[in-house]
Design a protein. Structure first.
Length: 86
């Protein structure tokens, strides 16, 4: 069984922030786990690579919690699935 989007995003965020996974929950504000700008970039690149999607920059600016990031990934996956194959 594949891992959920939420679980994978939590793993990526926790690694980027250098905090234990059990300290990161969907409702966790990204600012509260002290992710700096470099870590944010690493986190976004890791998420995009893990899910084979490109996240909308506007959505990323509006993301405040881990769940916001999870929802952005879910929307990006839905959009990617609707695109015709190249």
């Amino acid at each position: 069984m594949s891992e959920s989007i939420e679980r994978r995003v939590i793993r990526i965020v926790s690694r980027a922030a250098l905090v234990a996974e059990d300290c990161v929950r969907p409702e966790t504000p990204l600012a509260s786990i002290a992710i700096g700008s470099l870590e944010q970039i690493e986190c976004v690149l890791a998420v995009e690579e893990a899910f084979h999607v490109e996240l909308d920059p506007q959505e990323l600016w509006q993301s405040r919690t881990v769940n916001d990031l999870v929802e952005a990934v879910a929307r990006a996956r839905e959009q990617a699935a609707r695109r015709p194959p190249s």
